[in-house]
Ligand binder design. Sequence first.
Ligand code: HEC
Ligand code: HEC
Ligand code: HEC
Ligand code: HEC
Length: 450
Amino acid sequence: MAEARVWHKAVFEVLLAGTFLSCLLNPLMGSAQAAAKATGVSKYVGPGSCAASACHGGVQPRSVSSVLQNEYSTWVVRDAHFKAYRNLESPVAQRMGRLLGIDNPAASPKCIACHSLSVAPQEKARDFDLEGVSCESCHGPASAWLVPHTLKGSTTQKSVALGMFDIRDPARRSEKCLACHLGTAEKNVDHRMIAAGHPDLVFELDSYSAIEPAHWKPAADPYHDLRLWAVGQAIQLRESLEKLARHTQSGSWPEFSDYDCFSCHHSLTKPEGSWRQERGYEHRAPGSPPWESAHFTVFRILAKEVDPAATRQLETQMQRVYEAASDWNSSRSDVGEKALAASETTNRLGAEINQASFDQTRAVGLLQAISAKAEAIANQDTRSAEQATMALDTIFLCYEKQAGSHPAVRAAIDALFQEVNNPSAYSAPRFSAQMRKLSAAIRDSGISAH
Ligand code: HEC
Ligand code: HEC
Ligand code: HEC
Ligand code: HEC
């Protein structure tokens, strides 16, 4: 009885608000809500539940509501996640299936785990077809907050309290994206899959957030993207250390995808022309594939600014991981333990960075500090050069929006992208020279913290 009254009051409020009426009268939603009440746990309702034109299925963005309301259309028309399931039928996916002994990738748990909203029957509030990576893949199972979040006075905070995934928190968002863009114990892209045709999983939170067609309003904080980048680096380093530790316990050790791809996949030259021989092989034997540490190379520069003592500890721990993992005679358990120790320190630093302030002073400091490490970054590995390029791009974009453009600096960053365009042909001396040009351009353009 009391419940019915609340329900009527809710409908009445919506009538007054005059907006989400057709959402609310959608009978599916009533039953989903009932299911959530019965179990106390939110379950999945499928993307169709969000598609009504008065909910998230509008064609044009609306300005009267706090959200755009055309999220569903953006997702269907422009978002790669919508196509993720159908792409399992592409010729490349079919050939991958043949090479890996998978009859039908579109039905294999090995593939649909990341390419669709694939959940166990008991986690569903109602039946729905497999589609791409959909709303609840990122926003969490919706049955408990589906109706409440359409009501007048609802806010993201209130929905989060009811179990909506807090995708706006950079650390949580990073974890959510990386579950598919780096992998977990349950879902994994390894070198066997890559060699069979799967793209390598390269991810960087800010760049990937920027490539995804936005179905959200831009953040008010001008340094929001810088924070995304910074926190994303920490979480990604932590997750790749944990992935390494997991692989030491699995049947496929050493797992090539933990290593620098281009230490194996690069073109060869005569000894006189080899920059690798000229550079040497610090902390490993000549010719051993190094553990891929690109997420540390740039992150350490940022971390040092936020917490120098913890960063020194992490540097020592990371060197141990690098040395042990880059020597295939090391014992697995030794590598695993070292990776987990470093991951703990990274986690602590990540939490501090999520609390740190990001402003023009920090942006300028980072531009200068990263470009000053030309040689160290260039010599580390190809992916480190790639990470540094993306970082400089992100930081400079934030700075430009606030403080005006500097074409010479922009041109120097674009030239860095040219250097990492074809990773198999990467040259550390060329990248390093270009970084020095960038450093000079920053100095000459008078960019300063104030
Ligand atoms: C449930 C797994 C899953 C989650 C969670 C996920 N993604 Fe994806 N993402 C994929 C898959 C699979 C693809 C490849 C789709 C295709 O092209 O078939 C993809 C593709 C992308 C692309 C397109 C890349 C390109 O090369 O064009 C971007 C950008 C992206 N994801 C960003 C994100 C961000 C940002 C997040 C977190 C907010 C995220 N993804 C969360 C699985 C996921
Ligand atoms: C750990 C999660 C994960 C698993 C498991 C996974 N994928 Fe993917 N897949 C991704 C992501 C993420 C991308 C997008 C990569 C990018 O663009 O950065 C992707 C991209 C692809 C693409 C390229 C799509 C395009 O846009 O052309 C194909 C094909 C593909 N996957 C097939 C498969 C097949 C077949 C399987 C099973 C054998 C599989 N994937 C398993 C995460 C996964
Ligand atoms: C790949 C992950 C991903 C998928 C799939 C996805 N979203 Fe989102 N969504 C995000 C992220 C990330 C944000 C927050 C961006 C920000 O605020 O910086 C967001 C924000 C939103 C917002 C704005 C929330 C607010 O508080 O301002 C709405 C509404 C929304 N999504 C609805 C949807 C709907 C409906 C679908 C399915 C049609 C969907 N999303 C699919 C990642 C995703
Ligand atoms: C320890 C050395 C090593 C590392 C590290 C390594 N690979 Fe490989 N990769 C190989 C070998 C060996 C083959 C098999 C080549 C053949 O059959 O001709 C291979 C095959 C491949 C193939 C298929 C060959 C082709 O021409 O299409 C791709 C793609 C590939 N690797 C990508 C990667 C990526 C991406 C990474 C990093 C995430 C990586 N590899 C890391 C050794 C390595």
